[in-house]
Design a protein around this ligand. Structure first.
Ligand SMILES: [Zn+2]
Length: 317
């Protein structure tokens, strides 16, 4: 699943292509938005909020000639500035291509969920996990629950720490995946941050030796990767050596040689994978039955990386 750094990069790419341009045509292939028409609106900006993407569009004043359904039914709200909200979930992506190019037929793909055409560039949302259209003033209904975003302009480390420690007995990994605590962290940064801090993901947050330092580490990891395709936490760009724990179960730890393990973390039914080295990350861990583990997640990670790489390649800007 794309994490905050990938979504941040997607927002930057969309912003560079669309901001300031008028939408000439739109096509939202989403049941609740099938009649929405965004043409005539100007793209004001595209920003990320954790794993969420917000494409903000100007209001209409009638002079633009834009009429008709927008998918927002509140009386008079049609003219208000709107936000197109999307979430990539497991395998979504946005890519940008020159308007007028045939897009190699991609725009007719069954996976396309959104198309925004402007005079220069066309943005295509593929296999999006969520798509909403709301008045910009109501964005909070969709993203107001999110905790501080390490990649956001208003990163508030103190508030992040307060939320992280709010439930003292909660396992660290579970708290990290809770988007109400920190926005943008997924299983990759959970695994890597816990490894680098030498902490088992099942460590109760009250036992964190230095919560502020741990949050600085998470912040640093996300920033270090936001400008590049691929996620590196080892400083080593060679294939198979780019990160310590995530998707490396069954393989020897790059630091100590112990076999990296994986177990589920978090409350059912929303458990997620937590990869860890039992030697480098002492502390509580789920029952280890000693069975050899295959490198679970390696394939999924490869797919996610491929889809993350694709849009950057296609943009050609
Ligand atoms: Zn190790």
């Amino acid at each position: 699943m794309p994490e905050g750094d990938v979504v941040w990069r997607t927002a930057r790419r969309l912003h560079a292509a669309l901001a300031g341009r008028e939408v000439l045509a739109s096509d939202l292939r989403w049941p609740s938005l099938a009649t929405a028409d965004l043409s005539g609106r100007r793209v004001l900006e595209v920003v990320s909020a954790g794993k969420h993407l917000l494409t903000r569009l100007s209001g209409t004043d009638g002079a633009t000639g834009t009429e008709g359904a927008t998918g927002v039914d509140a009386g008079g709200a049609d003219a208000a500035p709107l936000t197109l909200h999307s979430h990539l979930r497991m395998e979504g992506s946005w890519y940008v291509e020159r308007t007028g190019s045939d897009g190699r037929g991609r725009r007719s793909s069954a996976g396309v969920r959104a198309v925004l055409v402007t005079g220069g560039w066309t943005a295509v949302g593929h296999k999006l996990g969520m798509l909403d259209l709301v008045p910009t003033a109501a964005e909070g209904d969709l993203v107001g629950h999110l905790g501080p975003d390490p990649l956001g302009p208003g990163w508030d480390a103190a508030e992040a720490q307060r939320r992280l420690l709010a439930a003292p007995g909660r396992p660290l990994g579970e708290a990290l995946l809770d988007q109400r605590v920190l926005a943008g962290v997924g299983t990759f940064y959970l695994a890597e941050a816990c490894f680098l801090a030498g902490l088992s993901p099942w460590t109760p947050v009250r036992d964190l030796p230095d919560p502020a330092a741990f949050l600085r580490l998470v912040h640093r990891l996300l920033h270090a990767n936001k400008d590049r395709t691929g996620q590196v936490t080892t400083g080593d760009l060679r294939r198979g050596r780019q990160n310590y724990a995530h998707a490396r179960s069954g393989l020897p730890c790059l630091r100590c040689g112990t076999t990296v393990r994986v177990a589920m973390i978090g409350p059912a039914p929303r458990e997620r994978t937590a990869f860890y080295c039992p030697t480098c990350q002492p502390g509580p861990a789920p029952t280890d039955d000693g069975r050899a583990q295959r490198p679970l997640g390696a394939q999924r990670r490869g797919a996610a990386r491929a889809s993350a790489a694709r849009p950057a390649h296609r943009t050609r800007r």
